[in-house]
Design a protein around this ligand. Structure first.
Ligand SMILES: Cc1ncc(COP(=O)(O)O)c(C=O)c1O
Length: 254
């Protein structure tokens, strides 16, 4: 662990309160944990985080690198709540594949930073920034946020359909186009089979299939994927049952 850093138990308001004091300078929260397996912070946890940061004059930093800038059908995920961070980090989609990140702050925090205070070799290059502007324009002019919310709902509904079909699908969670499907076994095999079928998906936290498709994905493409995933899950299910029946003791059990 980095010296000076401490972790709080996920969504545990009491743990957060017990660790907070006047020495805390900032609290970093990823409001929907992406790598962690698509887990959303509860409104109670986020409210307590804001209140404690105000009380102890610490900065509340939201890391929306994965869940922000359109991913949930809003510009920023925190807009779902009546809570504002002091600092917000953004990246992934804004550069449309080029390396670009952004740090947004409130008027109160902004003057603490000046030009040249924080530089990197490739940070804020003119090409990546131009592409970033175009991305923001497309997001606004093509009404992409609304589209993301609609296709996201459609996608989640279809994943929930698979959950009701396969008992080993333990959970489907997330919103917009950041969705996860938790399995009762490691998801690597499903990921590999999806790739063979022409679909790139990911698995995080060992058992959570993670779906972060491009914002322009269509319902037709989602349906095609769901059909392929359905077939793959049924095959995996069959293989699991075969292993189970082989490992059953002959003569029954007591
Ligand atoms: C939520 C979140 N924060 C931070 C990072 C790290 O970003 P970088 O690779 O630019 O260090 C990632 C990368 O996946 C991420 O998903």
């Amino acid at each position: 662990m980095v010296p000076g850093f401490r972790f709080v138990k996920f969504n545990d308001v009491e743990d957060l309160k017990s660790q907070f004091n006047e020495k805390v300078c900032a609290l970093i929260v990823e409001p929907i944990q992406g790598e962690g397996g698509i887990h959303a912070c509860s409104p109670e946890f986020l409210t307590a985080a804001r209140q404690l940061c105000d009380q102890y004059q610490a900065l509340l930093i939201f890391d929306e690198i994965q869940c922000g800038i359109g991913r949930t059908g809003r510009y920023f995920y925190f807009q779902k709540f009546d809570i504002k961070p002091d600092v917000l980090t953004l990246a992934k989609p804004i550069g449309l594949g080029l390396p670009l990140g952004a740090l947004l702050t409130t008027d109160r925090v902004a003057p603490t930073f000046g030009p040249g205070d924080h530089g990197t070799t490739f940070g804020g290059g003119p090409l990546a920034c131009r592409v970033g502007f175009e991305f923001l324009k497309i997001l606004q002019e093509d009404h992409l946020l609304k589209q993301i919310a609609t296709t996201g709902d459609f996608f989640k509904e279809r994943l929930l359909g698979l959950k009701s079909k396969y008992p080993f699908v333990l959970d489907v969670r997330g919103e917009g186009l950041i969705l996860g499907m938790e399995l009762s076994f490691p998801g690597r095999e499903v990921v590999n089979r999806c790739l063979e079928a022409g679909f790139i998906i990911n698995c995080t936290a060992d058992k959570v299939l993670r779906f972060l498709p491009p914002y322009i994905i269509t319902k037709k493409e989602i349906s095609k994927f769901i059909k392929a995933l359905d077939k793959i899950l049924s095959e995996v299910n069959l293989a699991t049952q075969e292993v189970d029946s082989v490992s059953q003791p002959v003569g029954g059990s007591h």
